[in-house]
Design a binder for this molecule. Sequence first.
Ligand code: HEC
Length: 151
Amino acid sequence: MKSKIILALLAVTLVGTASAQVKPEDAIKWRQSGYGFMAWNMARIKASVEGTYNKDEVIKAANAIQMVATSGMGALYLPGTDKGTGWEKTRAKPEIWTEKEKIGKAAMNLTKEANEMVTVAAAGDAAATKVQLGKLGSTCKGCHDDFKSKL
Ligand code: HEC
């Protein structure tokens, strides 16, 4: 009986801390930062594909995108953060919170192509990198079309 009460109290404390930890404006900032950081790394790969191919650059950039893509950014879509300002006013559409299955699929597509980008980068072939960059980029665009509002 006593241990049950302690467990219940512990659960309340844990839930309390988890929601108190991330402020809405921080959640918005951090997700915007994650996307911005991926955009930089996409640009690095693009530069390699369009200019002189630099295998090390492409590997670093692919690893960075994979890291962000698999970091669990979904946790930053706290309830109520469909409105608010991080680095800028959020462009997250309200559908993110209602079309869970669809956004989950979009996130999985990103992860899949980001993982593949790492494999392709390791092989160091410019033509294959270009093809994979296109596939990866279309997962960004696909999600933006549905879930990111234009300014
Ligand atoms: C699962 C959906 C999803 C995927 C996949 C996705 N994005 Fe986004 N992206 C968003 C949403 C939603 C926002 C708006 C976030 C906000 O303002 O709160 C955003 C915002 C951005 C921004 C603007 C950041 C800012 O400063 O406001 C950039 C740049 C961006 N994404 C790049 C990318 C790139 C590059 C990829 C692919 C490598 C990508 N995104 C993949 C949903 C996605």
